[in-house]
Write a protein that binds this ligand. Structure first.
Ligand code: MG
Length: 279
């Protein structure tokens, strides 16, 4: 397969190395894989939409919920809002925006009901556990890297049986920095003790995840899941089948439709990946 990674075979910087000892054309060593959580591992949008529709009786309000959420998460990251206050304030702004006459206490009740329903409803995409098991067997470090506002992401990972896979969980609301800021990705590499060139980050948002990671010196991979859930047997998005999707990503950002294709990509582009790709 022909992936257009940023510089998989390009010379490494050798300014401070001995040219006689270094194979400057060697592919990089893979030491860490970073994964976004929502809509990469967990079917976040479908669950969130269903929950909001159940609570409000409306199915057309997800975009507005996302807009209000982004606004409030940015305020947490900027230190303007406490994480503890954010969720009720977000629901307050959202419900008022729908024209409902609610106060903060009403919004807090709505938020409690929303979380309870969500926590009963989260589900993993089917390709997640096999991929994480492969990565663990390959001996690379794993990090979850999320722009969420707080520690509930750890609870979510634990409740879904994923916490055991991760060496590190990086949460924007705790760090005061968010993807695509290079500082977010570089802090994860620092935490894991690897060079950004030795790390991959994969997520469902092209700019926030894949391009942000690439710009920080990692290999950024865009996971473009089929919105209908028909991800198919698992290869990259080919020019034949989805020109528009492939064309939306820069040439040095690989595009996958399923995590089942990640092992093959890593084996083909990095040295020292410990086990072969599953058949
Ligand atoms: Mg995501």
């Amino acid at each position: 397969m022909a992936f257009a990674l940023g510089s998989p075979t390009a010379p490494h910087s050798v300014a401070d190395t001995d040219r006689d000892d270094v194979d400057v054309w060697a592919p990089p060593e893979l030491r860490a894989v970073c994964l976004d959580i929502d809509d990469t591992l967990i079917d976040f949008t479908a669950t969130g939409k269903r929950t909001l529709a159940t609570l409000t009786g409306r199915a057309d309000i997800w975009d507005e919920w996302e807009r209000v959420t982004d606004e409030h998460v940015a305020r947490v990251v900027a230190g303007e809002l406490d994480y503890a206050d954010m969720h009720a304030r977000r629901s307050h702004a959202f419900l008022r925006g729908l024209g409902m006459d609610v106060d903060l206490a009403d919004a807090a009740v709505f938020e409690t009901r929303r979380k309870a329903l969500l926590n009963r409803s989260w589900r993993l995409f089917d390709d997640v556990v096999p991929c994480l098991e492969w990565l663990a067997a390959a001996g690379v470090q794993l990090a979850a890297v999320t722009n969420a506002s707080g520690a509930h992401q750890r609870d979510k990972l634990a409740a879904l049986g994923l916490a055991r896979f991760f060496d590190h969980v990086a949460i924007a609301g705790e760090l005061g920095v968010a993807k695509p800021d290079p500082a977010m990705f570089q802090s994860v590499c620092l935490q894991l003790g690897c060079d950004p060139r030795e790390a991959v980050h994969l997520g469902d948002k092209l700019t926030t995840d894949a391009i942000g990671a690439r710009d920080a010196g990692l290999t950024g991979i865009w996971l473009h899941r089929d919105p209908d859930g028909a991800a198919g047997s698992g290869a990259e998005v080919s020019a034949d089948t989805d020109d528009a999707v492939r064309g939306a990503a820069p040439a040095d950002v690989p595009v996958l439709t399923t995590l089942a294709a990640l092992p093959e990509l890593l084996v083909s582009e990095f040295v020292r990946v410990g086990v072969p790709a599953p058949r």
